[in-house]
Design a protein around this ligand. Sequence first.
Ligand code: DAH
Length: 342
Amino acid sequence: MNEKVLAIRKQFDDRIASISSSKEIEELRIEFAGKKGLVSSLMTELKNVPNEQKREAGQTINELKGYVEETLVNKLKELEEAELKAKIDSQESYDESMPREKKQGSYHPITLVQRQLEDIFSSMGFIVEDYSEVVNDYQCFESLNIPKHHPARDMQDTYYLENGQLLKTQTSAAQNYIMKKYGAPVRAIFPGRCFRNESTDASHENTFFQMEGIMIDKDISISNLIYFMKTMLSEVFEKDINVRLRPGFFPFTEPGFELDIQCLICDGDGCPTCKNSGWLELCPCGMIHPNVLRHGGIDPEEYTGFAFGLGMTRLAMMKYGIKDIRVLNSGNLNALSQFKND
Ligand code: DAH
């Protein structure tokens, strides 16, 4: 039996020394260590060995089995490493100086509209201000003539922090800060992200953008308001826009208005977009309430002003024909990368 074991071991050693790829290892394993392999056949022959030699012979066969299996594992590892190295070495070297294809990104539609509005208002002498998204109750409500328990708060539920601060529900929250910072006279716009507790659907989002504006000076009247709004909208839509004012209620304006524009799709004839009315609601606005001026440190006997809160998200949707508001926060590049800079 010993001789047979030695013969098989020699045969195995010769074979393993001659293989050069990891794929051959499996064949070798079946041939020697498989169920019907040479080592197993020795086990079958064990029954013919005289009883007193059985133990020793069995041990020798087991040792051969262990040797074959271990050698196969080591050889496989060695071959795989060599193959990987050969693959890496054969790869063409990487040339850093080669020009690469550059993919051009694009601005978000809100950014495009915001920049356009900033340009238009800057050219009319307005400063562009930035303001925080986390504000306190005074800034968002109290200073805007909306005391605690005022029903106007119902429509503006938002996300509150543990310290009592909140995510601003309207860009009007910056009015007080701007009045205190610049005093009167002042012309400023302040775009910003707003948040409300909303169930989302095609036209409602919990996160959206507004652009607020104020103009305070001596003798500012509703005609100034109409003039600036009309000029701004005609520039945005690149054609003359007809507007109309309807009464609207906002605690921080007196009087307050809803500014509608004549429907751009049907030119006022009536269509599904404007629900057959010929008009689209676009921009709430009004004359700043004397209490709000007072909160901002401005004397309402001496100065008057107008304010507006343009729905920038809404405007972007109208300008670019976006039907579902949720696209804007989706991060879906297929949809959002269509809006190239003009
Ligand atoms: N902040 C109001 C809102 O989000 C919109 C608004 C109305 C702003 C009238 C104004 C204004 O500045 O004068 O509903």
